[in-house]
Design a protein around this ligand. Sequence first.
Ligand code: FAD
Length: 468
Amino acid sequence: MKTTYNRVTPEIVASLRQIVGQDGVLTTPEALEPYSHDETVGLSAPPEVAVRVTSAQQVAQVLRLAQRQRVPVTPRGAGYGLSGGAVPLHGGIVLSMERMTNILEIDRENLMVTVEPGVITGELHRAVEAEGLFYPPDPASLDSCTIGGNVAEGAGGPRAIKYGTTRDYVCGLEAVLPSGQIINCGGKLVKNVTGYSLVQLLIGSEGTLAVVTKIILRLLPLPKVQVDLLVPFDHFQAAANTVSDIIGHRILPTTIEFMEQDSILAVERLLKKDLPYATAAAQLLIQLDGNTQAAVEADMELVGDICLEHGAHDVLVAKDRPTRDRLWEARRMIIDALNHESPVNHMEDVVVPRAVIHHLLKGIKEIALDHDVRIVNFGHAGDGNVHVNVLKDELADEDWAALVPVITEEIYRLALSLGGTITGEHGIGATRRRYLPMALDGAQIELMRRLRDLFDPNQVLNPGKIFP
Ligand SMILES: Cc1cc2nc3c(=O)[nH]c(=O)nc-3n(C[C@H](O)[C@H](O)[C@H](O)COP(=O)(O)OP(=O)(O)OC[C@H]3O[C@@H](n4cnc5c(N)ncnc54)[C@H](O)[C@@H]3O)c2cc1C
């Protein structure tokens, strides 16, 4: 069934101004431009109006109005998504959470923090760390993206291997249903098996089931000691064997990131400076943490020895914050560097069981050779999640347009054949929805559609996302 939507009329704009105030509503093309895209290359669609809400009650009023008028609503955090989730494909209203930026409570006794959805994830980190507490999920975009966007995407990050993803920390949510009803699910509870978990259903629902307006997150005590190791290898296979061996020695690092040489060289060219070990075929960036210097150093020695046994050229250790930040600089700059080098590019986010990640990378190299195209890989070796970047470089526009779907399918087929799936942390959004049937069978997609229809029979909330 094809849903049709109405346009945003001057009367609707006037009603929106009554709800959120004059300066909360944006309507000019220049003001709306930033709300027409996220960080997905080559995807944009302008909204007819953007509304900057400050409370759940305002969200509820906007949704009720949108239901009455059959106007689509696209929730938006910071627009740092990589699958087009916040792009208003059908126009209508963008519902921006940028003014809901309060950290409402840091509850030291219960190890919980309560936040509004527009809080920038990095600011949340700093606020709880100042109290000796720790919120582990750390998407590489953390200084720009919002915690609401992280919940809606089920965001991951480098620390997933040891600490899990956003999903593992959300204990309670206040959310506004597409009907305008406000619900509170979960709470400051580490255990809760009261009925189906609506909290878990809303996490990763990409703004299609409800708008999240308050989030209760579990915290941990902040580990007292952290060290980072940068380790260069001649072959990725050696790096992959090292990862298995480290875990085999009963050490679970906080992160095990990998970077192929091409990604380091791209960052060198962007920053116009030499980076360590840029001649190595692959690098691992390993972080260890713990509560005593002695315990962390013992792990560090063992991990260093294991790396050298597997043929690492060297092990560069960073213990203090500035040196550690320098080691992470290259990793955090890769996406910017690749965008700079080939502004037209295509990024995939496949995930496979950790133990077969080298098969995935080998297969991707073969795909690149078959199509004579540059593919640069980096990502989370610790959890099998690879960011695959296909670069257009000098390819003609029509050849590129024909190549992207073919290569995407080949990468997905490869990941699925290895027991993986098509996205580990960036979501289906707009860009992957046509491929959903490759990863999920018809029965599952139908069940998900029926769930969406139950929440939102008129498909007012974030239409055009997830479903093929
Ligand atoms: C350089 C870079 C590095 C990145 N690294 C990582 C990484 O390591 N790990 C990772 O997981 N992701 C990563 N991402 C992707 C991205 O940052 C995450 O998906 C992040 O969660 C998006 O948050 P946002 O606030 O920008 O959300 P947006 O892009 O604004 O929105 C994302 C989705 O969430 C919905 N949404 C937003 N807020 C709400 C709300 N309050 N209620 C309901 N729905 C809502 C939107 O409708 C949309 O579908 C990276 C992106 C970039 C550009």
